[in-house]
Write a protein that binds this ligand. Structure first.
Ligand code: FPP
Length: 271
């Protein structure tokens, strides 16, 4: 019998939380989604609502990202992908763009020792060569330092465009001598930024916008989508668990039928 939302019950505190028993929407025997991808939206509106400059929203958004990374680690998520900067984001005012990359550099620099300690492997998805020099240098260093980590994979989508990723993958395949007739969806995977990663099981988007905004277009063919009105800086670890609980209530059939779909049942039985 598939587990439905109403079966979700209370469980104990998560690592790093206070010991006061609080209701958790995730049943402890359920496996978390292997790969969660997040469109962190609403920083600007969060700041505007408080009469603050947009940059303060990004600063607060960085803290929310930190909380989600920690919670994902505590829950045993295998891969977490954060959409931090799209190709389209270059059209923002130059000082906002500069602020975002400065924030990224200080975030990665500050968190690197902890990421290393926890076995997190950092990876960039996107066109790295067009990033500001300091960001490139910091990210290269951090990716190299964490490459051997045996814990969670943390992917930062930076200067990323889903459509361009697809075009780039086709070009790389052809440049490598591949014949057009031999190009299959499976082969494409090897030429994507996400080569070697599983597709996202769950995509979360905050701030009430109901679209993918050029994010992992190839990889999200069968992802479950979770939308919330919460603005990104207000997105808490608890809401991450709510999103995961919602994910567990879904029936994933991948175009097939439930009875023949072991992947869906495995998630919901914890197998
Ligand atoms: C969208 O909010 C957010 C971004 C374009 C940047 C996301 C960046 C962060 C959360 C901080 C850095 C992240 C890391 C991982 C260090 P928006 O500005 O589009 O908000 P709005 O739609 O309300 O204007």
């Amino acid at each position: 019998m598939p587990r439905r939302r109403r079966d979700i019950f209370f469980c104990g505190p998560f690592p790093g939380e206070c010991t006061v028993q609080e209701p958790s929407p995730i049943s402890p025997e359920l496996r978390p989604p292997g790969h969660i991808a997040v469109i962190m939206d609403g920083n600007g509106r969060w700041a505007e609502q408080r009469g603050l400059p947009r940059t303060e929203g990004h600063r607060a958004g960085t803290e929310a990202a930190r909380g989600v990374v920690e919670e994902s680690l505590a829950l045993g998520v295998e891969f977490l992908t954060l959409y931090a900067f799209s190709k389209e984001n270059w059209s923002r005012p130059a000082d906002e763009v500069g602020f975002l990359f400065d924030l990224l550099v200080s975030f990665v620099t500050r968190e690197l020792p902890e990421l290393e300690k926890r076995g997190v492997r950092l990876r960039v998805l996107g066109e790295e060569r067009d990033l500001p020099f300091a960001a490139r240098r910091t990210l290269r260093h951090a990716c190299a330092r964490t490459a051997r980590g045996d814990g969670m994979g943390l992917n930062l989508a930076l200067n990323y465009s889903g459509r361009e990723e697809i075009v780039r993958a086709c070009r790389l395949f052809l440049d490598a001598g591949g014949a057009p007739a031999d190009l299959t969806p499976e082969k494409m995977r090897d030429y994507m930024y996400t080569a070697g990663l599983p597709d996202p099981d769950l995509v979360i988007r905050t701030s009430g916008e109901l679209r993918l905004s050029n994010f992992l277009l190839f990889q999200t063919a069968y992802s479950e989508l979770y939308f919330t009105n919460t603005l990104w800086p207000d997105f808490t670890p608890r809401e991450l668990r709510e999103a995961i609980a919602d994910f567990h209530s879904r029936s994933r059939r991948f175009g097939g039928v439930e009875a023949l779909c072991p992947a869906s049942r495995a998630y919901r039985s914890g197998a």
